[in-house]
Design a protein around this ligand. Structure first.
Ligand SMILES: [Zn+2]
Length: 190
């Protein structure tokens, strides 16, 4: 097993996707075992800080009545509504002071699953000399998948921590892993 500390190298950044209360048990769009990613991502965060690897955390941050909510004809129960408890990062996630927070899902007219979707993240990373993104978080088959696909199309390499992510459905998770590998991502078990 490669530990996060052995994995990181210059030109990497850590990208922690949507580790928010609503995606964890008890939340409004709870993912099975969603909170199991917290200790894993904390290990990655610790290792990143020790090696001066920049840490980015994305958050889903919807206006009330968002187009992705069932009440508005969307696919999901209401979740991660701006400034609510559900939209907060999981309380055990060790959010570093130096971490940059990427806010997405704020548009009224469409959903933004990827941390790269109109957030300026790709330009920011390129300006900072980042060449590879190390990704974990929630959910594997939705926002992690979309983020990894965008990272690869923007020309970054991508590594995905399997123990650091969980899917909405097992089938969706399996398909997401295949799609990410086919697109060129490296999927690692730990
Ligand atoms: Zn959402």
């Amino acid at each position: 097993m490669t530990t996060p500390g052995e994995l990181f190298k210059e030109g990497d950044c850590l990208l922690v996707i949507d580790v928010q209360n609503d995606f964890c048990p008890g939340g409004r769009l709870a993912i099975d075992d969603g909170d199991a990613v917290v200790p894993v991502m904390n290990r990655y965060i610790d290792a990143a800080l020790k090696q001066n690897i920049p840490v980015y955390l994305s958050r889903d941050w919807h206006p009330a009545g968002h187009v992705s909510f069932a009440e508005a004809g969307g696919q999901w129960p209401p979740h991660c509504v701006q400034d609510t408890h559900g939209a907060k990062f999981h309380p055990d996630l060790k959010v570093p002071e130096s971490a940059m927070v990427i806010t997405k899902g704020v548009r009224f007219d469409k959903d933004q699953n990827s941390a790269f979707d109109e957030t300026g993240l790709a330009d920011k990373l390129k300006n900072d000399g980042i060449r590879r993104v190390v990704v974990g978080g929630l959910a594997l088959d939705v926002c992690v998948l979309a983020t990894v696909q965008d990272a690869l199309s923007e020309g970054f390499s991508a590594v995905v921590s399997l123990s650091g992510t969980r899917p909405v459905t097992p089938e969706g998770g399996g398909a997401a892993i295949e799609k990410m590998k086919a697109a060129g991502a490296e999927v690692i078990p730990d």
